[in-house]
Design a protein around this ligand. Structure first.
Ligand code: GLN
Length: 204
């Protein structure tokens, strides 16, 4: 409770709310998690909405569907400007794919804001989704339950990219300056540590 109060106070103290990209996918669960930890949020449906928020969560869903929307709306360019301005962005699953510098299986358009190569649907068709145990030692001393849904695998991590979390030996939570990305869905479990970590990037 104390920690929630601190977050809310800090966020209301001149900080803009956290945006949740609400075009497609499981944005509602991210919003629910932010509400739970006491972080004000706003759904972002159009590029103009980025002016109203201090950070952005790009949820899981279908990266190809989101890309079509990006083209029509100028959203891709707006997110690039947002990141270049130093604002924190957190992509989960499809969101991580959109942020990557290189996308495999197959290659597709991307924003190129995070120096990783990421392979879509990399666990194979037979593993549609799974819950695994992983570790994010800088975020939590306990192992984290990680939900993977038609998940990608990060195949290459660039020099400036810090690996914050691993599962089965693979990097699953990575960070490059103000860009954070997870191949799993932290919004679908009880553990709040990944969202808390992201929110703190806005406060400090
Ligand atoms: N397979 C999806 C894609 O390639 C990502 C799945 C997800 O976000 N849960 O976009």
């Amino acid at each position: 409770m104390t920690e929630n109060w601190e977050l809310t106070t800090a966020m209301n103290n001149g900080h803009k709310p956290i945006g949740v990209l609400a075009i497609q996918g499981d944005f509602a669960m991210h919003a629910k998690m932010l509400a739970r930890i006491g972080a004000p949020y706003a759904l972002v449906k159009h590029a103009s909405g980025l002016a109203e928020v201090g950070g952005l969560i790009m949820p899981g869903g279908e990266s190809t569907t989101m890309l079509k929307f990006f083209e029509n709306e100028g959203m891709g360019e707006a997110i690039k400007e947002f990141v270049t301005a130093g604002k924190p962005v957190f992509g989960t699953c499809a969101g991580a794919i959109l942020l990557a510098k290189e996308v495999l299986n197959p290659a597709q358009e991307r924003l190129g804001l995070l120096d990783i190569s990421i392979e879509r649907n990399a666990y194979g068709r037979q593993v549609d989704s799974s819950v695994r145990q992983g570790e994010c030692p800088e975020l939590s001393s306990r192992p984290l339950e990680m939900v993977f849904i038609r998940a990608p695998i990060i195949r290459r991590v660039g020099e400036g990219v810090h690996v914050l979390g691993r599962c089965d030996g693979l990097p699953v939570l990575v960070e490059q300056r103000n860009v954070l990305a997870a191949t799993f869905h932290p919004e679908l479990t009880e553990d709040e540590s990944v969202h808390r970590y992201f929110v703190k990037k806005l406060i400090h």
